[in-house]
Design a protein around this ligand. Structure first.
Ligand code: MRU
Length: 364
């Protein structure tokens, strides 16, 4: 472990060429402490994903891929390959990027001689990492043109709303929903971001607000329930959210509370965009009903974690003893509420357009 306090340089995941470990930021400690954690075994990778030291669909895919490479460093047998694949795959059920990345590394190595497997797995994991960086940049460029159109039309600060964290912390690069925001800010566009706190784990308050502050982007933290009022008042020009899995019909599974924002956006004529890297599309899921929704411990709802006046992180109970709580981590936004999908190949307005952008992957 080491302390990475330089506020201008951080990365959610780092793999230095030739090393047999990866370093990740422990996101459970942010924004109060910036600390990296070394992942040096498949077990380390599985624990980091399960306990949410790393989170966000593309990032858990990449960490899963490195986890499989780490497993093959110690045992290159077929049995070790399948058991590591199963262990990593079981960590979190909803984001399809995890299964996609594990399957991709598995497919790359399974027909190789055992002595060639570990090297090939590391190379494949590095390729997944590099591709995610490029995908983020491409999504950013396509989203930037949307933001430019709005800026030209209104000639004032552009107000973007986002939910949860689909930022650099959730990926290997610039983030998905945040990439257009970062590029627009870099070119000097006047921008303001509404960051919804994202109960119960507060990825908006803890992570997205931190990312905006790191880059000196104007932002305001709001409670999740404030989105509708802000849209009704005309204070939101567009919403951009990430996704954990998008079904073939365009239904979007993302952090709990996304659906409410999409409903409020539709009711108020606010465009609602989904930043969508292609590995997040599950072409085998006909609709959102086929997507498994992760249920997390009720303690996350019954407590709020934060920094106490003594400077230490702690949780406090927010409900009376014996209160029951339910903690679905994701929800499904129906395709009809989505104005467009920002992919690395451009903007798709609906599921048919998405299929046309990815003809080699979409089922016929
Ligand atoms: O539970 P989390 O923090 O992993 O959920 C993350 C999200 O819902 C993100 O919006 C999604 O993974 C997209 S990240 C580019």
């Amino acid at each position: 472990m080491n302390d990475a306090t330089d506020r201008t340089r951080y990365s959610a995941l780092l793999h230095a060429a030739g090393t047999h470990y990866v370093d990740v930021l422990d996101q459970r400690l942010l924004p109060h402490r910036v600390q990296t954690q070394r992942i040096a075994s498949a077990d380390d990778a599985a624990i980091a994903i399960r306990d949410m030291a790393v989170r966000g669909a593309p990032l858990i895919g990449a960490v899963g891929a490195y986890g499989l490479a780490l497993a093959l460093d110690t045992d290159t047998s077929d049995a070790a390959l399948s058991s590591a694949h199963a262990m990593l795959d079981a960590t979190r059920p909803t984001a399809v990027n995890l299964r996609w990345a594990l399957d991709r590394v598995h497919a790359r190595v399974v027909s190789l001689a055992p002595k060639e497997r570990a090297h090939a797995a590391w190379a494949e994991a590095d390729a997944i990492f590099a591709e995610d960086v490029s995908i983020n940049e491409a999504i950013g460029r396509h989203g930037l043109s949307l933001l430019r159109d709005i800026a030209r039309e209104h000639e004032r600060t552009v107000n973007v709303m986002t939910h949860c964290n689909a930022g650099a912390l959730a990926t290997c690069g610039l983030g998905t929903a945040t990439a257009p925001i970062f590029l627009a800010h870099d070119e000097g566009m006047p921008l303001h971001v509404w960051v919804s706190e994202t109960r119960p784990r507060l990825q908006g308050a803890n992570l997205t607000a931190w990312e905006m502050a790191q880059r000196d982007i104007a932002h305001t933290l709001i409670v999740d329930g404030a989105s509708g009022l802000l849209m009704r008042r005309g204070d939101v020009d567009l919403v951009i959210v990430g996704a954990d899995r998008v079904a073939a019909n365009g239904d979007v599974c993302n952090k709990i509370g996304t659906y409410d924002k999409a409903l409020a956006a539709a009711d108020n004529g606010v465009p609602f965009y989904v930043a969508l890297p292609s590995p997040t599309i599950d072409w085998s899921a006909p609709s959102g009903d086929a997507i498994p929704i992760e249920t997390r411990p009720s303690t996350e709802v019954l407590e709020v974690r934060g920094r106490t006046s003594s400077g230490d992180a702690d949780g406090v109970a927010i409900a009376g003893d014996g209160t029951r709580a339910l903690n679905y981590a994701f929800d499904v936004t129906p395709q009809r509420l989505v104005s467009g999908y920002l992919t690395e190949r451009g903007l798709a307005r609906d599921a048919a357009a998405l299929r046309r952008l990815f003809p080699e992957r979409a089922p016929r």
